[in-house]
Design a protein around this ligand. Structure first.
Ligand code: PEP
Ligand code: MN
Length: 272
C-alpha cells in the first residue's frame, strides 16, 4: 500500500506525526476545522472586489481569493491587473478581516506578493515550476499549492516537498481536478487524492470544486463530497453576480449559494 511515495520525506506523516496547522490572521488551517475561501476568478476593480468581499464574509468564509496574474489558456483573454491587483486584495481583505489570497506566476512577483498577500497561490500550470517553488520555499508566507492537471499524487507531493525543503513549512495543498477522458466536466475531481493525502501527509488539503467541474450547478454537491472525504476546506469561485465575472463565469456561483454551502458543510462536518 502507498508504495509510490518513496522520494517524499518532509511531507509525510512518517517524518512528522502531528498535522501541520497554519495560523493566518487568527484562523487555524489544518486543525480539523473547515476553511472556506470565496472570491472571483479574477480581480477587475476595487469596488467590485469590495462588494464580493462583503458577501463572501457574510456567507461565512474566512478567505478571499482573486487572481491578478492570470495564467490564461489564450493570450487574448483577460490577463489581470498584475501588481495593482495585489494592492487591491491587500486593502479589501484587511477591510473585511479576510485572509487575502492571489496567484503568483513568476519569481519576479514574489516581493510584492509577500508585501500584499496573506497566502500565495501556485496554480495548476505552475505546479512543476521548481524554481518558483524553491523561491516560495524561501519566504515565510503560507503557500496554496494547486495540483497540476496532469500530475499524479506522487508528483503533487514532490512539489510540496520542494517548498518544505527550502524551510517553509506552511504548505496548503489544493485538489482542483485532473484531466481524464471525461469531457462532460472541465476536469475530473479526484476525491481519492484527498483520502490518500489525509492518510499519508500531515499537510492540510482543500478542494476547488469550481475548476474541478467547470459547471456552477454541481459545485455544491462536489463541495459536500469533498468535506465528506476529509478535506480541510474549500476554494470556491464566487461573485455577487456570476454573469459579471471576467473569467470562469460558468463555474462561478452566487454568494447566496456560497452561504448555503458554508452552512451545509459546517453541519456535515459536525456529524463526520
Ligand atoms: C485559478 O485558481 O483561478 C486557476 C487558474 O486555477 P488552476 O490553476 O487550478 O487552473
Ligand atoms: Mn478561475
Amino acid at each position: 500500500m502507498h508504495t509510490n511515495f518513496k522520494e517524499i520525506r518532509l511531507a509525510l506523516k512518517s517524518e512528522k506525526k502531528q498535522n501541520t496547522i497554519i495560523n493566518i490572521k487568527g484562523h487555524n488551517i489544518g486543525d480539523g476545522s473547515l476553511t472556506i475561501i470565496g472570491g472571483p476568478c479574477a480581480i477587475k476593480t476595487k469596488n467590485e472586489l469590495k462588494t464580493i468581499a462583503k458577501e463572501v464574509k457574510e456567507a461565512g468564509c474566512i478567505g478571499l481569493r482573486g487572481g491578478s496574474f492570470k495564467p490564461r489558456t489564450s493570450p487574448y483573454s483577460y490577463q489581470g491587473l498584475e501588481t495593482e491587483g495585489f494592492r487591491i486584495m491587500h486593502e479589501v481583505a484587511n477591510e473585511f478581516g479576510l485572509i487575502g489570497i492571489s496567484e503568483v506566476t513568476d519569481t519576479k512577483q514574489i516581493d510584492d506578493a509577500v508585501k500584499y498577500l496573506d497566502v500565495l497561490q501556485v496554480g495548476a500550470r505552475n505546479m512543476h515550476n521548481y524554481e518558483l517553488l524553491k523561491a516560495l520555499g524561501r519566504t515565510d508566507k503560507p503557500i496554496l499549492l494547486k495540483r497540476g492537471f496532469s500530475s499524479t499524487i506522487n508528483e503533487f507531493l514532490n512539489s510540496a516537498e520542494y517548498i518544505l525543503n527550502e524551510g517553509n513549512e506552511k504548505v496548503i495543498l489544493c485538489e482542483r481536478g485532473i484531466r481524464t477522458f471525461e469531457d462532460a466536466t472541465r476536469n475530473t475531481l479526484d476525491l481519492s487524492s484527498v483520502a490518500i493525502i489525509k492518510e499519508i501527509s500531515h499537510l492540510p488539503i482543500i478542494v476547488d470544486p469550481s475548476h474541478a467541474s467547470g459547471i456552477r450547478s454541481i459545485v455544491p454537491k462536489l463541495s459536500y463530497a469533498s468535506v465528506a472525504v476529509g478535506a480541510d476546506g474549500l476554494l470556491i469561485e464566487s461573485h455577487y453576480d456570476p454573469e459579471l465575472s471576467v473569467s470562469d463565469k460558468d463555474q462561478t456561483i452566487d454568494c447566496k449559494t456560497l452561504k448555503e454551502i458554508n452552512d451545509k458543510v459546517k453541519e456535515l462536518h459536525k456529524i463526520l
